[in-house]
Design a protein around this ligand. Structure first.
Ligand code: ADP
Ligand code: MG
Ligand code: ZN
Length: 595
């Protein structure tokens, strides 16, 4: 087994060398290109107008031109050589000859095309072709190697990730520990006559730690981790998908006991519908996967883990007994989970005592593990830029805002009218939500542009909730439309600044009607993603009816927002004015205004 591995290592080494060489060629080419460009730039360029001036002042000693080139070399009297670009060579030559005939004494040298100076240009012009060629060679090499099962599957013989590196997810880990046990001591289970699970499907949003937990299982059991991603198949040449799957499992059999991880399995395992084109290819791949999973016997200790964030897309055949008969949902972390994730990822970072990870965890409901890790990394960058000795709490808070709303842009210039509009828009959101019982408190209102937003109103994050009530959704609509309503009320005009609010509000209203059955008139029916034919079952004008219900919800919310703002116009004005002078209002200042 060791020999085989060495062999494989050699091949992957060869592959790396090829990739490296191609890379060096590309980089070198780009470097040469830029250097030669820069040379032209740096080499004392004389603007054309200046050249004409110098000529008419009689400051020129010699002009050297090459036929067919707009670049000229100019020697200034008693000075150095400069370059210039001449827009129209014929007119220029005429001008120069006229000057000479007028008695100016300087030389005009016209050289024939210089082959040597043409060479770099020639190389540059075939460069794209060379790159293409290199890429083609690479692809063919990869295919060749891939046939031997080398490229697309990455083998990590020993991953060092353990369950302790996976924060939160206690129940999920509890369920998976059994798999670890089985990988370590399969005979213990088989002696009992226990049927060993073959496949475990992990459902969850991107960044929730599916790959991480799969690696941790391999790490805990100390077995090889072989992985590939379903999306690789999409770009692959026809017919290769199925053979790739076969190779993957051949390899797994040799390395058994081991873990096979298939990421984004929905890319190969999506529901089989018709027999057309790309889908036939997909079907072959999927069929091969099913054959392989049915094929391995109980002596082969192989566990197939697969991950997807679109479980509804999967072909039912994948979920049958003996295949992925276990399904585990990996949720976005709750408060405790977020705190643990923040702790794990800040362990090797320099945090100041001011940092309050608990409050950061509270502010980040709905964030995935990957996003939290990213926030801490951003915070480290922000701290460095701010020349802090350690990461301060403010750096992390800034990172949260950067990730959620984008970066603050102090440089964007704003007209007074825009500023007033933004101030009233944001004040509108903030005032309206203050008077809505289900809406969370305002954390910060700002008219400093961030990312694509001209201003923003940040709310304290929702406690982790499983259900959202109809009242809450209706009030959310009111809060969203508060910005637009304020613009209309105060400036008697409306702007494009509300487009995102409108988009979100429409989506919520639509889901209330078609997904959550919250419309009185239409009742609790799921209208989502139905084909036209299926929709007809609900009556001919069902589309219109849904549209009307959505519109009614939006209209109602908009007039509620308007009414709240008219009733509390004084508060709206105070907040908008404060924003115009201070640009930002925090939670305490905001509450003070209302008290
Ligand atoms: P997924 O496969 O679900 O898209 P990953 O496992 O690739 O997510 O997670 C990406 C990164 O996010 C991980 O490498 C890790 O740094 C971080 N992460 C996600 N979830 C967790 C968690 N529960 N504990 C610690 N880190 C996590
Ligand atoms: Mg992943
Ligand atoms: Zn808004």
């Amino acid at each position: 087994m060791d020999k085989k591995n060495k062999n494989k290592n050699k091949k992957s080494l060869l592959m790396s060398v090829i990739v490296l060489i191609v890379f060096i060629i590309i980089i070198a080419g780009i470097a040469i290109y830029y250097v030669s460009k820069d040379e032209e730039k740096d080499n004392k360029v004389l603007a054309y107008t200046d050249l004409i001036k110098e000529i008419s002042y009689g400051n020129i000693e010699k002009i050297e031109m090459t036929v067919g080139s707009t670049n000229v070399k100019v020697k200034i009297k008693g000075g150095e050589e400069k370059r210039a670009v001449v827009p129209n060579t014929e007119a220029f030559i005429e001008l120069v000859q006229q000057k000479i005939s007028e008695g100016n004494d300087f030389e005009l040298i016209q050289k024939p095309k210089n082959i040597i100076t043409q060479i770099p240009a020639a190389i540059l012009s075939i460069f794209p072709t060379l790159i293409m060629l290199a890429l083609f060679i690479m692809i063919f090499k990869m295919q060749g190697l891939g046939e031997k099962g080398q490229v697309y599957e990455e083998t990590e013989r020993k991953t060092r990730i353990r369950f302790k590196d996976v924060a939160g997810l206690d129940e999920e880990k509890g369920e998976l520990i059994e798999i670890v046990d089985f990988l370590k001591r399969p005979e213990k289970f088989t002696r009992m006559g226990a049927k060993i699970p073959k496949g475990v499907l992990l459902y969850g949003k991107p960044g929730t730690g599916k790959t991480l937990i799969a690696k941790a299982i391999a790490g805990e059991a100390n077995v090889p981790f072989i992985s590939m991603s379903g999306s690789e198949f999409i770009e692959m040449f026809a017919g290769l998908g199925a053979s790739r799957v076969r190779k993957l499992f051949d390899k797994a059999r040799k390395l058994s006991p081991c873990i096979v991880f298939i990421d984004e399995i929905d890319a190969i395992g999506s529901r089989r519908t018709s027999n057309s084109g790309a889908e036939t290819e997909n079907n072959q791949t999927l069929n091969q996967l099913l054959v392989e999973m049915d094929g391995f016997s109980s002596e082969e200790t192989i566990i197939v883990l697969a991950a997807t964030n679109r479980p509804e897309m999967l072909d039912k055949a994948l979920l049958r007994p003996g295949r992925f008969d276990r399904q585990i949902t990996i949720p976005t972390p709750d408060l405790k989970g977020r705190l643990e994730i923040l702790r794990i990822h800040s362990a090797e970072k320099r945090l100041s005592d001011s940092v309050n990870l608990e409050s950061i965890a509270e502010d980040t409901a709905g964030f995935t593990g990957a996003e939290l890790a990213n926030i801490l990394n951003e915070a480290a960058i922000i701290a460095t830029i701010n020349k802090h000795e350690e990461i301060e709490n403010a750096d992390i808070e800034e990172a949260v805002k950067k990730v959620t709303v984008g970066l603050e842009k102090h440089s964007r210039v704003y007209s007074d009218k825009d500023k007033k509009l933004t101030a009233y828009h944001e004040a509108g959101h903030a005032v309206v939500s203050w008077y809505l019982p289900t809406q969370t408190d305002v954390k910060e209102v700002s008219i400093i542009p961030r990312g694509v937003a001209g201003g923003y109103t940040m709310y304290k994050s929702d406690e982790d909730k499983y259900y959202i009530s109809k009242t809450e959704m209706k009030e959310k609509l009111i809060a969203l439309l508060g910005g637009r309503a304020a613009e209309k009320l105060v400036l008697d005009d409306i702007s494009t600044g509300a487009s995102n609010d409108i988009e979100v509000a429409t989506k919520i209203a639509r889901e209330m009607v078609t997904k959550y059955g919250m419309s009185e008139n239409l009742g609790p029916i799921d209208f989502q993603g139905k084909e036209q034919g299926d929709m007809l079952a609900f009556g001919e004008n069902i589309g219109d009816k849904i549209g009307n219900e959505v519109k009614a919800l939006i209209d109602e919310a908009y007039s509620s927002a308007q009414k709240l703002l008219i009733d509390h116009r004084d508060k709206l004005d105070v907040i908008a004015q404060t924003l115009l002078t201070k640009e930002k209002i925090n939670e305490q200042e905001f509450q003070k205004i209302f008290e």
